[in-house]
Ligand binder design. Sequence first.
Ligand SMILES: [Zn+2]
Length: 425
Amino acid sequence: MIKDTGRIDAASILLNLTDYRVITVTQELAGRQVLVEPIETEAACPSCGVLTTRIQARPVHQVKDLPAGGDDLQVLVRKRRMACQEPACERRSFVQTTEQLPFRARITTRLSQRLVDEMSCELRAVSRVAAAHGVSWPTVMARLTTVGELVGNVDRMFIRRLGIDEHRFRKVRYALGRTGKVVRIEPWSIVFTDLDTGKILDIVDGRRGTAVKKWLKNRPRYWRQRVQYVAIDMSAEFRKAVRENLPKAKVSVDHFHVIARANLMITQVRRRRSHEVHERRGRATDPAYKYRKLLTCNLENLSIKQVERLKLILESDPELGVIYGIKEHVRQLLKTADIHEFQSRWAVLEKSVKATKMTEAKTLFRTLTAWRRELLVFVRTRLTNARSEAANLTAKNLKRIGRGYRNHGHYRLRILLYTAGLRPC
Ligand SMILES: [Zn+2]
């Protein structure tokens, strides 16, 4: 039986480069060499669009391609420089292009695609991927930048629920400024997350309120009008920036940060009491110091032995007992998803704060009062920034793999691509 394979021969099928056929395959000293040529003999002039078959020259170029049957394969392309036969056209000649090898391309589209896939599929150093495919570092980075510009365009995304959070992605650095003075470089980055998908939208360096304000201001009006909820930590600067730039958004405060404040309050009281009672800082012989971590743990997670120890500490110092009670009230307050329940728990908290004279408790309560509206939004929506914590981990791993990053743009790009979910694997 004769099977019609058209103009395609066995070598062309093996190489599997769309729109090209293999002319020769030779064994050279440096390795195998394959010479290919576009199948299509006719091409349209890019200026006038008139088809031509007249060949002016056949330049041969070497291109990079995916490895076929081993790494030692060199791909040479015999291109066609065509002559435009339209008398009215100004262009005299042009080089035939294909989908796999666009104008002036030195690497095939399929290799380019592979580079992007490998970089966004797993956390790998750019240099490693470049070396594995025999291309240079800037080649890989340029491909990533192109894709990043497409998928990383925040303004094209429909964001209903936005998360704004701060992460410490790098160490504090000091550099010599223009005036000759040493300048401290901000180690904090602000992460914007789509809370519906967990996708990182952007990472910006800079000071808290200013950076957020600037970023939000740069978004188009329709984008800002769509945002309904924003989750932030208890930062007045963030809140102000959101209120000014996202008119329709309701602000929700992340309960994680509220609990952190309550725990800080306990620590402050413990330290103050140590100075009042012992006139020194805590020591391992003081039960309240030795078991200080129990004070900030969730009660329901403690073992029976730990609960007994905690009881001992709380009974030994009435002030610690009271402040611990207040912290638990704060936790109860945020546990509920019911507004009425929230109101009654708020009343209990308020009563217990009023009954004490401790300034630490009063300060915390004042802060909570200032954030009451945002706490209510949290109770209704349970919106948190927990998903951006995952990005924090990704960023840390990425830094280890890349042996550090000096260019924030590259760093940002890698994180965005990794969390964008465009990888097929
Ligand atoms: Zn033409």
